[in-house]
Design a protein around this ligand. Structure first.
Ligand code: NAG
Ligand code: NAG
Length: 496
């Protein structure tokens, strides 16, 4: 196998031991794991650090690589108010996440012990886990980690799972000194350090997220401050993205803003979700399961006819917006498959969908309340477009299949991503009220029709296929080159 050969060559040349440590959210854990797999496929040892319940819930590493990826579980300290056993953002309501950050900061001492042990003996010549770590790859929240790594002369690289455009929008501490932003209005236009003309703007409710992220919070530290403190002590910035999908010239800009090398890691999309076996399908966690109901239903729909609807697992969707979305889908007349999770804010026992919705939209519409194999749904020939909250993970997954987007962003950088994709002509946003972001059923129906029918829809679909070519062209070779360049950089810039 090419992978084995590659592995041996890398082993022989210059093997690394990399410690990776994502923030405690699955949207972070999974891309960090994808990066780990790709490092291991090149013969480098990866120690993946998290907490016990998160480690237990990770999808398994492919067998051929299991000798090169090991997990280390540091027990999460208890914090008042944090639900017992809750170790990731998925285990709690959004307002508890600040407490998770407080608990996370308590991992500094156990991590210091782990790293001291890993560095003891200092076997620089060894390979595998016996080798002292060459790098720590960390996330935005780890402001306490670099000082620990520096004591052992292990350099840190920050791996960012958001877009380069989003990072450049946040800027570094120096930009905030020369152009301070405090109020929500300050965060609405693109910052002055962006090349003009500034083509993107944020709505008030979106800008409010960034303004809040700059505020002191219950964990004792504003998110932006966490990010800056961590970034300032890292040697490298690695971004889960690539220039092909970003605003023009944003990678060089980011390098200027942060005064350090900035490398694209590519989109790092999981591959195994697509592997098929006779009569069954991998479910992305390595198990073979029966073809799910959602896929069976898709099998019966005409090619390109279905809108896949999913708003991610953590978008703060209210019951009222689910209702409006439902009526909008009904009005649009489009075929749809809706992966619907109950909003965390929904009162127990209140019906989510309008009265009689499922009866009226059947058989052209299906609502799935359970787990939906998103990657295989997006890959299905019956799916023609994706209605998404425009989280970076979801948009990246759909880019791989060249699907046009109907976009309904809710928080964080989702508005920025939606505007980036609209500017590229690969999707349209559901129109929303500027101040509070409210949207109506008619706004939903109109955006869906624009993407699903007529000339505009065809143009969007063509553009999406073109962007797909740019991103996954030459059969994934470009993705592999990004990781190769990252590895070379790790090898060049380590402490020796
Ligand atoms: C940016 O600068 C302003 C003005 O000094 C300050 O009030 C604000 O807290 C700074 N932002 C962050 C995230 O520190
Ligand atoms: C923490 O930040 C969130 C938004 O990011 C905000 O809703 C919450 O009120 C803040 N909590 C404190 C204690 O400042």
């Amino acid at each position: 196998m090419a992978g084995d050969q590659q592995q041996e060559e890398a082993m022989a040349a210059d093997p690394l031991h990399v410690v990776v440590f994502p923030w405690l959210a699955f949207g972070h854990l999974i891309p960090f794991l994808e990066l780990s797999r790709r490092l291991a496929a090149r013969g480098h040892a990866v120690t993946f650090v998290s907490t016990p319940r998160n480690v237990a819930r990770l999808p398994p590493v492919p067998e051929g690589l299991s000798g090169l990826v090991r997990t280390v579980a540091l027990p999460l300290p208890a914090v008042d108010g944090l639900p017992e056993g809750a170790e990731s953002t998925a285990d709690m309501s959004p307002e508890k996440v600040e407490l998770l950050k407080a608990a996370f900061d308590g991992l500094a001492a156990p991590f210091a012990d782990f790293l001291a042990a890993a560095c003891a003996g200092g076997r620089e010549q060894a390979s595998g886990f016996g080798r002292r770590p060459d790098w720590v790859v960390l996330d935005f929240a780890h402001h306490w980690l670099c000082p620990i790594a520096e004591q052992h002369q292990v350099p840190c690289a920050m791996f960012q799972i958001i877009t380069a455009t989003g990072l450049a929008y946040i800027g570094s501490r120096r930009q905030n000194v020369s152009h301070p932003r405090v109020t929500v209005e300050d965060f609405m236009p693109m910052p002055r350090w962006f090349p003009s003309p500034p083509s993107l703007t944020l709505r008030r409710h979106e800008a409010a997220w960034f303004a809040a992220a700059a505020q002191l919070n219950a964990s004792g530290l504003a998110d932006t401050e966490r990010l800056w403190r961590t970034e300032e002590r890292c040697r490298l910035l690695v971004v889960r993205s690539c220039p092909e999908v970003e605003q023009p010239r944003v990678f060089p800009l980011l390098q200027e803003l942060n005064r350090k090398p900035v490398l694209p890691a590519g989109l790092l999309l999981p591959e195994d979700g697509l592997r098929e076996t006779d009569g069954g399908h991998g479910d992305g966690t390595g198990a073979v399961v029966a073809r799910s109901g959602a896929l069976q239903w898709l099998d019966e729909q005409p090619p390109g006819s279905v809108l896949y609807v999913a708003l991610g697992s953590e978008a703060p969707v209210t019951a009222a917006s689910v209702h409006e979305l439902a009526v909008g889908l009904e009005l649009s007349g489009a075929r749809f498959l809706w992966a619907l999770r109950a909003p965390s804010a929904a009162a127990a026992g209140t019906p989510l969908l309008p009265d009689g919705f499922e009866a009226r939209t059947r058989p052209r519409g299906v609502v799935c309340a359970g787990w939906v194999p998103q990657v295989r749904v997006l890959a299905h020939t019956a799916v023609g477009a994706f209605l998404t909250h425009s989280g970076w993970g979801s948009v990246a997954e759909s880019l791989r299949f060249g699907l046009p987007l109907v976009m309904l962003p809710f928080m964080l950088d989702q508005g920025l991503i939606a505007r980036m994709m609209a500017a590229r002509g690969v999707g349209v946003e559901v129109a929303r009220r500027d101040d509070d972001g409210w949207f109506s059923r008619d706004d939903v129906a109109e955006a869906v029709r624009r993407v699903m029918v007529g000339e505009e829809g065809k143009t969007l679909a063509r553009n999406a296929m073109r962007l797909r070519e740019a991103v996954v062209g030459d059969d994934g070779g470009r993705q592999e080159r990004y990781v190769d360049e990252l590895v070379e950089c790790f090898q060049r810039h380590r402490f020796t």
